[in-house]
Design a protein around this ligand. Structure first.
Ligand code: SF4
Length: 366
């Protein structure tokens, strides 16, 4: 199952053409005439498909459907509204990654609130927040920590370092999400026409390939861990079709140059030290057991929920009422099926979260 294709870019047209011919030939070995539906779970893969035009180039053989793997997109509107309200409090400075600032909640985005006087600061890494707290000693700095297994280890390190430094004005609102429970929920609810999954390489680098074995062994869904070069995506697609043609169901690793069976032990240990799994709300998927990361009692002093008694706010639906992000995130519709796509909703004027981040499915289609 290892990749026969060298690490390369889509600029290697010969290899790309070869991979596409293989995909079409494998498609012909499967029954029916329709393109085979495959879900790319991760927003970075959606971005690659959009940027290279692979969706259109392979449209006769494969129908790529975006999944719930854009971390900003799956942040529930209730959490966003809580953050917006919080940023308006006296002596509070909210730190967040860039994309989160533009996500529309029921009371506007963090960026809109910033224009009205709320204290909001953009950070590029969790450890930037340490510096921010040191520079703003008279403010309570709250880090809105979003992302999957890829960013959670950085947040764990932030909390460990803040504790070691004895910082009293830094806390974390953990909105982190875990990918395996979300996929279990999505597939258990009935996967419709999805034939196989392309799994995120960076999440798998932390979790290890083995963490996704349940997809095949318990849920009967074939999957391939893939890297982020266009040829990686093509190869993963070919592997999925190869398995389908052979009637085989497995979770393959086509990203062995980065992903091991066990994952990143140091990152997992840091997460296990600071976090414990808890139920979390996902936009489009609802509440999923053990799919979030709560801060353990030993680090309660750095837990913004405990420190400030935060409760999720009100936000029926989130974003604009006609936005269909929830269905996009479940792979139930493609972005162009939303009536606002490309007209009222564009990256310059997003009406919903999937148009905000470059990893959002709607932005990648646009
Ligand atoms: Fe939401 Fe805009 Fe996507 Fe429609 S096109 S689902 S409004 S983000």
């Amino acid at each position: 199952m290892d990749s026969p294709l060298p690490v390369n870019s889509f600029s290697d047209k010969r290899l790309a053409a070869q991979a596409m011919r293989r995909i079409r030939s494998l498609r012909r070995r499967l029954p029916g005439d329709d393109p085979v539906p495959i879900m790319e779970v991760c927003g970075t893969h959606s971005h690659v498909l959009g940027k290279t035009g692979l969706r259109e180039l392979l449209g006769d053989a494969v129908e790529y459907r975006s999944g719930p793997g854009c971390p900003v997109c799956v942040t529930d509107p209730t959490d966003l509204d809580m953050l917006v309200r919080f940023a308006l409090q006296e002596k509070v400075l909210v730190a967040a990654y860039g994309d989160l600032l533009r996500v529309p909640g029921t009371e506007g985005s963090l960026l809109e609130q910033k224009a009205r006087g709320a204290r909001v600061s953009l950070v590029y890494s969790a450890l930037d927040v340490l510096e921010l707290a040191r520079q703003n000693e008279k403010q309570q700095v709250v880090f809105a920590a979003t992302g999957f297994e890829t960013t959670a280890p950085g947040t764990a390190l932030l909390i460990l370092e803040a504790k070691a430094a004895g910082l009293k004005n830094l806390s974390v609102l953990s909105l982190h999400k875990l990918m395996p429970p979300a996929l279990r929920q999505l597939l258990s609810a009935g996967r419709g026409r999805i034939e196989g999954l392309i799994l995120p390489g960076h999440v798998s680098a932390v979790t290890g390939r083995r963490a996704f074995d349940f997809l095949a062994s318990e849920l009967g869904c074939r999957a391939v861990v893939a890297g982020f070069e266009p040829l990686d995506v093509l190869h993963a697609t070919a592997l999925l079709l190869e398995m389908a043609a052979a009637g085989r169901c497995a979770v393959a690793n086509a990203y062995r140059r980065v992903v091991s069976e066990e994952g990143n032990t140091a990152a997992k240990e840091a997460m296990a030290e600071v976090f414990a799994p808890e139920a979390a709300l996902w936009r489009g998927l609802g509440e999923i057991e053990d799919s979030g990361l709560g801060i353990k009692p030993g680090y309660a002093a750095f837990d913004a929920r405990r420190r400030f008694g935060l409760e999720p706010g009100r936000a029926p639906g989130g974003g604009r009422e006609t936005c269909r992000c929830g269905e996009v995130l479940r792979g139930a519709i493609r972005p162009p099926e939303c009536p606002l796509f490309g007209t009222k909703c564009t990256p310059a004027h997003p009406q919903g979260v999937c148009m905000v981040s470059t990893e959002g499915a709607c932005a990648s289609y646009f």
